[in-house]
Design a binder for this molecule. Structure first.
Ligand code: ZN
Length: 302
């Protein structure tokens, strides 16, 4: 009697905890309610102290997000200091990484995997895809990262818009030429994130990533940019924006957003906010602003 009662209690507790742990905040969300978004920063070879406020500001200005920030300890911090880094992913609808630094403690890695596979949203901005080459599930979530040519496959589009997969070890690894303004080409104009955007638009000065490498499974490429040989590039169409399903969750990536001035591009802001909304809910309600850049002209947010 006692034993079976204990067993039932244990089962109930386990089931309760499991449900609690893997259900993201959006599960019980009402229409029009703000989405809870968590930015992670704290280490980056980029100026995260300048870019996190830009991200927070334009996301909040949409009226769609409540933005919180979780900052990791600095590089070289002690194990004890890392002990205080315990983001409660499950309390958020979407997690946005502006982090490129030391590997998180295993409990945080496991917590993120559980969160995204359980239906949570993850958004990756620029150098966030440089992080964690040694973390296998992270590589699966992001698809392509800033890695050497030997790390994994490369994915590009040819002039006909067809996906070309280059085996590992062949062709260039991750890199970029000097920063410049460049044209972004929308490759899926029916997807909720990109619907209503011009087929092509000029992005503000940024690094044009090329040669990204990884497992690249289930990648849905939403936008590319032509990486010109005359701009230190590869002479082909490199993925700029994509998404990947991971369990019940969605991972949105944009490799644009090197610096605060790149993030002030109305195109970057629109696609990042819509990508985050979609990662959180599977829907997009955010409109395309009138000031969206055109094929000829960049547009910088006020
Ligand atoms: Zn950069």
């Amino acid at each position: 009697m006692n034993l079976s009662r204990r067993t039932i209690l244990a089962l109930l507790t386990t089931a309760g905890l499991a449900t609690f742990a893997v259900t993201p905040a959006s599960a019980g969300q009402k229409e029009g309610e703000k989405l809870k978004l968590l930015i992670i920063d704290g280490q980056n070879n980029h100026d995260w102290k300048a870019t996190t406020p830009v991200l927070k500001s334009f996301l909040e200005k949409t009226g769609r997000f409540d933005v919180s920030v979780a900052t990791t300890p600095p590089q070289g911090a002690s194990k004890e200091d890392w002990g205080s880094f315990q983001p409660e992913f499950k309390d958020f609808d979407v997690v946005l990484s502006n982090y490129n630094g030391e590997l998180w403690p295993e409990r945080v890695q496991e917590s993120l995997v559980e969160y995204v596979s359980g239906g949570g949203g993850l958004a990756i901005v620029h150098a966030a895809n440089n992080a964690f080459p040694q973390w296998e599930e992270w590589n699966r979530m992001i698809g392509l990262g800033w890695r050497g040519a030997d790390f994994g496959e490369r994915v590009t589009l040819n002039d006909a818009g067809e996906v070309v997969r280059t085996p590992k070890g062949e062709g260039p690894g991750a890199g970029h030429g000097p920063q410049h303004e460049f044209a972004v080409v929308i490759r899926d104009r029916e997807h909720a994130i990109t619907k209503g955007l011009p087929a092509e638009w000029m992005h503000a000065k940024d690094e044009l990533y090329h040669g990204q490498r990884g497992p690249a499974q289930n990648m849905h490429i939403l936008a590319t940019a032509f990486s010109g040989n005359n701009c230190g590039g590869t002479g082909t169409h490199e993925p700029m924006v994509w998404w990947i399903p991971y369990g019940k969750g969605r991972v949105f990536t944009t490799v644009m957003g090197h610096a605060d001035y790149s993030m002030k591009c109305v195109g970057f802001q629109t696609i990042t906010a819509r990508g985050a909304e979609w990662a959180a809910t599977g829907k997009v309600t955010l409109p395309v602003p009138e000031r969206f850049p055109t094929a000829e002209k960049t547009s910088v947010a006020e």
